[in-house]
Structure formats: C-alpha cells, structure tokens
Design a protein around this ligand. Structure first.
Ligand code: NAP
Length: 449
C-alpha cells in the first residue's frame, strides 16, 4: 500500500484520549500514520499530571501508551504547542485529518466572596503542583491549617483529601513533587472536611476511592448527618454502593485516629472569610433537595453557620479551554461535535476536524472511559477516509517547525527524560523524580545540546 492511500493524521494532545485515538488509528486497516503533538516535552497528560502520586497502579496504563508509541507509523512531536508553534489551519494543510484531544485544563470557580484569599485554592492547581506540572511548579500554597475544607464530592476532592491526610513517608516513595512533599511535611492538617452541596445519593465519587482513605492506618472517616435514602432501589448501582458504604461509616463509633476525614452533605460554601488577607473560616449554608432522579437540585434552607479553617480547596470540576482555530461551545466548555466529528456552533460539519476525550464530552469518566470515546471518533474518521484522502496534504509541517526553530522532542528524546527521572528516583528511594521545568526536560532530552 502506498503512502498516498494511507491516512496521515495529526493528533493534538498526548493524554489518554490522544493516545487511545492514536492507537486505534495505527491499528486500523489499512493503518494510518499518526503524528502526536504535545505542548509539553513529556507525554501522557492527566496520567502523569492528574492521577494522584499514590495511585501508581492507575499510572501503569502508561506502559500501554508506550506500546502504542512503538507501533510503526507513530511519531511524537513533544514541545510543540498548537497556536504558538503551528496553527490548526497549517495542520489541516499538512494532514488528511486533525484530531484534537486537549482535555480540560482549567478550573471552575465557586463565584463566592473571598475566593482570592491566601489559603483558598483550586484543586486543579493543587493537583498540578503536587504532581510537578511545569505550569504550577512555582505556586506556593499556604498549608498551615489544622482543618482543611475541600468543596465538592468527586474523585478529585477525595484525591486532594487523601494527599493532605496521607502519611508523608509513604508519599515520599511516590513521584510526588519534592517541593509539595516538603510543604506537606510542614502542614499540620488533622482534619479534612468534604462539603457536598447535594445529598449522599448524589455524591460523584466512587466508593472504592472513599474506602482507600478509610483504609489508611492513621486516618478515620466520619459521616455527619443522616445518609438514609427512601427510594434506594431507584438509584444507579454506584450510588447504591456509595450509600451502603456511607451508612456503614455513619454507624461506626467516632474515629480515634490522629487524622480524620469528615463528610458533610447538603451544605454549600457561601463566603470564604479572611483575616489579614488569609482564610480564617468558611460560611456555609444548609440545603434541602428538590426534584427527583438525576435532576435533584440543592435548595438553601436558610440555615447558615461558620466553620473555622485556614485552607479551602475547591474541587468542583475541570473546564475545557478553547483551542485556537477551532469552534468552541463556551457554555459547555467543549468543542462542538457530532460524536467526535467537529461542527460549527450551528451544526455545520468542519471537514478534516475531529475531537475526543474531555474536550469532546466534558470532564467526566475515568482514564479508560477515553478508550471508547476515542474509538467512537476514530470509527467516524475512518468512515470518512475516502473523502479525507481527497484532501491531499500540501504543507510539510516537519519543515515548517524546523524553519521556526521549534525544539521538537521525539519519543526517543522523551525516553531519555524518562530514564533520567527513573534513575534519579531510584537513587532517592522513589518511583520517579520528575523534571518539573520545561528547560530541565529539554536539557535531559538533548544532553549534548
Ligand atoms: P466531578 O466528578 O464532576 O465532581 C465535581 C463535584 O463538585 C460534584 O460533587 C459536584 O456536585 C460539585 N460541585 C460542582 N459545582 C459546585 C458548586 N458550585 N458548589 C459545590 N459543589 C459543586 O469532578 P472531579 O472530581 O473533578 O472529577 C473529574 C472526573 O475525573 C470524574 O469523572 C472523576 O471520576 C474522574 N477522576 C477519577 C479518579 C479515580 O478514579 N481515582 C480520580 C480523579 C478524578 P454536584 O453533583 O451537586 O454538581
């Protein structure tokens, strides 16, 4: 088969959605050629920078992505940013198709007074920081509080709570950032309160993730309030599992462990109160539930109270960012698409453009959810193959990047960064010691330069 009969696809974003899309394209019949573009020198997106450092088993999916990278027809273009180094239009001219999988890197705000006080942070920044992401490495977090409040009842909220409560010597063995570990060693936190605006039946976390905290030897979990639910049979299975587990915790005697996680449902943050520019308390409003099924809403009861705290972390979801040169639905923070075929905001097809992952469906689901999502997009792309092959590539993107003196990191170059991080990690008794600055990554990728 000649190259002219094989699709040449640019995939943008090297997180799970990008890698699963690349894999499906490379294993298609006939196999496509895939150039995978990534803004950072290092690949794997949220697997490297979102999955918590003490969840190394989840990070192992990286091995599957490394196998994808070894397939014939795959090329990695690290350190190449769409909109800075190359435009969407140029990629469209250089490839038969462009598949965007840039995720959802931004945070959502609570839009309440006091959010900018020192001691009030977004979980996205906190997670990026403890995972050594270059965008967050210079942030400083004031962690000098005995009680922290995490707003939100999702798996990210539980990750943040677990990292705050975890034994520091255990964390030291992971790939956590050294600066974050040092700050956590000085952090006196003894209690983390998780605040959910709706009830226990609407909690977004997975039972196993709560159990992982309850299983930590020095951490007790306490559930405040009533967790019984009248119409349990009507709930989806994960919610029933959560409720059964929460009911067990609620019946247990109060925890005596030195550190504690408390779950408080039907409570919304109203205002973060400060003293001298620093968080001192959270004003909270009680809620009741109205409506039914998945549309259950929280409505204020009018009851309010203050909870003293020096640290408030909002974990109320991620938010997708507009991608230069592509349509963007600013209400849902996604690229508008029909199952992955990009459309305009009014639904007109955008030939050659596809999307998958969080930037397609919003920030929901686990790492593996992206496999089916990317397959759905790639199936459509392959169905369009005849038409896409008629869009003959007319621009040499390799030459364009060379002309612009972009320091492209190949997968082989990345493997030098990877080897260095692992070697440094093993010297320091941890699984990996990450390079946290782009300049250090590039120095490791190009040792002779
Ligand atoms: P999420 O699952 O959507 O949870 C967001 C939480 O924030 C919900 O409890 C939501 O409550 C609450 N919330 C939203 N707006 C709020 C507001 N204004 N005030 C108070 N609470 C508010 O998002 P996430 O935790 O960021 O996780 C993102 C995705 O990654 C999820 O699919 C998650 O499962 C996945 N993930 C998985 C793992 C793991 O498997 N270990 C780890 C991390 C993340 P409502 O329900 O009332 O809206």
């Amino acid at each position: 088969m000649s190259d002219a009969e094989r699709l040449k696809v640019a995939v943008v974003g090297s997180g799970p959605a990008g890698f699963y899309a690349a894999d499906a394209l490379l294993r298609a019949s006939p196999p496509a050629r895939v150039d995978l573009f990534e803004r950072l020198p290092v690949p794997f997106g949220l697997v490297r920078y979102g999955v918590a450092p003490d969840h190394q088993s989840i990070k192992r999916v990286q091995v599957a992505f490394e196998r994808t990278a070894a397939l014939p027809g795959f090329r990695y273009f690290g350190n190449v940013e769409l909109g800075r180094d190359v435009s969407t239009d140029e990629l469209l001219r250089g490839y038969n198709a462009v598949l965007v999988a840039t995720g959802a890197a931004l945070d959502r705000r609570l839009e309440i007074p006091g959010e900018n006080l020192e001691g009030s942070y977004a979980a996205t920044a906190f997670v990026g920081w403890y995972n050594g992401h270059p965008d967050f490495v210079d942030l400083r977090f004031a962690l000098g509080a005995e009680r922290a409040v995490v707003v939100g009842m999702g798996n990210v909220a539980l990750d943040v709570a677990r990292i705050l409560l975890h034994d520091r010597d255990e964390l030291a063995k992971t790939d956590i950032s050294a600066a974050a570990l040092a700050a956590l060693r000085d952090c006196p936190v003894r209690e983390v309160v998780l605040l959910g605006r709706r009830g226990p039946a609407q909690a977004a976390f997975d039972q196993g993730e709560l159990e992982a905290i309850a299983d930590l030897p020095h951490v007790g979990v306490q559930v405040d309030g009533d967790v019984s639910f009248a119409d349990e049979a009507e709930l989806p299975a994960p919610a029933r599992k959560n409720l059964a587990y929460l009911a067990r915790l609620a019946l247990s005697p109060p925890p005596t462990e030195p550190r504690r996680l408390r779950l408080r449902f039907l409570a919304s943050p109203l205002e973060i109160l400060g003293d001298g520019g620093r968080v001192r308390a959270l004003r909270i409003g009680g809620n009741r539930l109205v409506g039914s099924g998945p549309h259950v809403r929280a409505e204020p009861t009018g009851e309010t109270w203050e909870l003293p705290t020096g640290l408030v972390i909002r974990s109320v979801g991620y938010r997708g960012a507009a991608v230069p040169g592509l349509p963007f639905d600013a209400k849902r923070n996604v690229i508008p698409s029909s199952a992955g075929r990009v459309t305009s905001l009014t639904g007109e097809p955008q030939p050659g453009l596809y999307c998958s992952g969080w930037i397609k469906r919003g920030p929901t689901g686990l790492v593996g959810t992206n496999k089916a999502d990317s397959k759905e997009t790639v199936d459509l792309l392959l169905r369009d193959a005849a038409e896409l092959l008629r869009r003959k590539p007319s621009l040499d993107v390799d030459a364009l990047l060379a002309e612009r003196r972009v320091k492209v990191v190949t997968f082989e170059d990345y493997q030098r960064i990877d080897a260095l991080e692992k070697a440094r990690g093993s010297e320091r008794g941890k699984v990996r010691d990450k390079q946290e600055r782009v300049s250090d990554m590039l120095a490791a990728a190009f040792p002779r330069a």
